[in-house]
Design a binder for this molecule. Sequence first.
Ligand code: MTE
Ligand code: MO
Length: 308
Amino acid sequence: MLVKKTADIRYSEVTPKDTYLNRRRFLSAVPLAGAAFFTTRASAAAKLAAIKGPFSTDEKPTAFADVASYNNFYEFGTGKDDPSKSAGRLKTSPWSIAVEGAVAKPQVFDLDAVMKMAPLEERIYRHRCVEAWSIVVPWIGFPLNVLIKAVEPTAKAKFVAFQSLYDPKQMPAARYAGIAFPYVEGLRIDEAMHPLALLCFGMYGQVLPNQDGAPVRLVVPWKYGFKSIKSIVKIKFVEKEPPTTWNLSSAREYGFYSNVNPTVDHPRWSQASERRLGEFLKRKTLMFNGYGDQVASLYAGMDLRKNY
Ligand SMILES: Nc1nc2c(c(=O)[nH]1)N[C@H]1C(S)=C(S)[C@@H](COP(=O)(O)O)O[C@H]1N2
Ligand SMILES: [Mo]
């Protein structure tokens, strides 16, 4: 499939219909063995060109197949293999993000316009799920602060609230998930402005598979995975700490901050170690998921046992 330059790529060009048509065109020209290979969703996805961004770990990325088949995306079911089986039906184009609240320039952005705000970067980040599994992923995106600066937050913008798409028609399994939708998340404004916080459109050189949060998600690598909200449709700047889905569901287990912290156990299990997908032995979990040098100063003076 064609490799496009960053400036040329538009999410509307990579609709399921387009990839389907391209695949059909390709299939008619190749023998059957090749056809079987090209029917996997991975190889059907459009490529995204990206420059190398800062902060990458030199650890080996987890296999794409694991990252794209072992997921949490409760809108599509609670089983780890549910999203990869059923998120394919999600319509990711056209897509827009409403940015509103305490900003000088509220706006509804078309995703294509957002993707052109800055060069796409590839950043290999560790990602630690609260359920004690972890992955290393070459994400593609740019700092969330690019979008934030574009709308000019006012002095009242102390927090940023994020909301996922909730469309029961496309997400029939959601009503059995046991949590409220739409999925919501939040960051303090200084966390959201931190250069590590990524607005993410792709991974492994291609657009995000639907099950990983297409067409746009957050990646907040020093926090437990649930802070990295998927399929974002709204971003609102607010004065007070906004509600977050897992805190609403169980405040005792999930706090607002949710920084990766091996010394604060989840009430039902230890957070001291983690299992990297594809590996057998567990490894020690690092404070702030190993990003302490970059982010510890954000929490100077805070009791991280209370603010879990
Ligand atoms: N909208 C939405 N975003 C979500 C979730 C979800 O259920 N719905 N799950 C979260 C959790 S718990 C994790 S660990 C990560 C998983 O991202 P991945 O499946 O790409 O690894 O997505 C997060 N974002
Ligand atoms: Mo998670």
